[in-house]
Design a protein around this ligand. Sequence first.
Ligand SMILES: [Zn+2]
Ligand SMILES: [Zn+2]
Length: 155
Amino acid sequence: MLSNNAAPKVMSDSRPLTGGCVCKSVRYVCTGEPQRVTICHCLWCQRRTGSAFGTEVVFAEENVSLSGIEPAKYRHVSDESGRWLDTYFCPRCGSNLGFTLQAVPGIRTVPAGTLDEPGLLNPKQMKFRHVFTRSRRTWCDLTSEVEAYERHFRA
Ligand SMILES: [Zn+2]
Ligand SMILES: [Zn+2]
């Protein structure tokens, strides 16, 4: 047995994270390690994902390379802050493909569920946070492995 296969490494840079939409029209490759993973329980993320939370794997924008057809984009402008947030999705199958936002320039997210191997994201090996847990669905349990904030860690 090869010794270098003995233990999983921390998001080895020899193995970029890849993913894409359900219909495979949009694909992406992420180089380098994610800066963090943010699981957002805000009502807006619940609505835009149609789920209980958004799962954002945060990368430097230049580290995410898209291929295939051009994702569709929807610009949401916050009533509160007046700042924009661009969400991306496949124009064919509608899969969520993450966002970029005015508040944090230079980053791009990909949703954890669109990764080819979501199991590569390990809360023990990178910064994982739950935010806006004040609007968490009561039927959605949180793991104690991950930090949790009632609002946002920047708030
Ligand atoms: Zn698609
Ligand atoms: Zn949110």
